[in-house]
Design a protein around this ligand. Sequence first.
Ligand SMILES: NC(=O)c1ccc[n+]([C@@H]2O[C@H](COP(=O)([O-])OP(=O)(O)OC[C@H]3O[C@@H](n4cnc5c(N)ncnc54)[C@H](OP(=O)(O)O)[C@@H]3O)[C@@H](O)[C@H]2O)c1
Length: 260
Amino acid sequence: MTAPILLTGGTGTLGSLVLPRLRAHGYDVRVLSRRPRDPQDGVEYVTGDLSTGEGVEAAVDGLETIVHLAGTAKGDDVKARNLVRAALRVGRPHLAYISVVGADRVPVESFIDRGAFGYFKAKRDAELIIAESGLPWSTLRATQFHQSMIAMFDAMTKMPVVPTFSGVQFQPVDASEVADRLVEVALGEPAGLVPEVAGPQAYPMKQLLRAYLSAKGKHRLTMPIRLPGKAFRAHRAGANLNLERAVGVRTWERALADPR
Ligand SMILES: NC(=O)c1ccc[n+]([C@@H]2O[C@H](COP(=O)([O-])OP(=O)(O)OC[C@H]3O[C@@H](n4cnc5c(N)ncnc54)[C@H](OP(=O)(O)O)[C@@H]3O)[C@@H](O)[C@H]2O)c1
């Protein structure tokens, strides 16, 4: 009998791709979610909130592996701290975490940095909380998921004029390819910071938007914007990219033509 695996964020974009992969490896999975859900074959849902810590200790009880994917635009450091605290009370599970490319390279110092790019600092703080926790750990950083960029453009193109970050590129990767790698990392030996996963190609944001508009048959004006601050400057310098780790295969064009 293998112990079940706790999957936080198992209801999200990445988590819903990781869940069937863990099941395919023969593991029962316990998913932590803020909302109650009915169990499925080999999948138990426990209700808890990583931002408050409520329900987390019961969720981590009796586990050898935690795959921590729960994340939002703000407060991933708090979620990591609450998860680590609960995990340390019940044992020494392997904690596998997903972070973002650039977490260690995007400086978040000023008010504007924090407002627009505070996500990167929270991810970096979460990485450090996990690395310094005393638990066995592995952290994988990925670039933006196709699925998330498409959702972002869906929202932005509700406006007649769509702002694009001038001089900023993105290197989107398919969440299914990140899920493949993350499952290998989670089921392997604790490995610390593992090599990053990035999409096959970097594109200016305007080019990504143009391809999206064309695929969706939408027409919008675009407006380049520049933000002050070090975090935006770091993005212009490519801190959110990793061309040496362009290991993703599915391109942006493919993701638009054949969404999944
Ligand atoms: N999206 C990207 O482009 C990207 C790129 C690199 C890294 N990442 C990282 O990958 C992870 C997954 O991203 P995603 O895009 O798949 O996320 P998502 O689709 O937005 O889903 C977020 C997940 O987090 C859970 N969650 C949020 N707040 C929670 C809380 N307080 N307590 C418990 N669960 C909570 C949600 O569960 P319930 O709603 O069921 O509670 C949901 O399953 C995140 O850590 C993100 O930072 C994302």
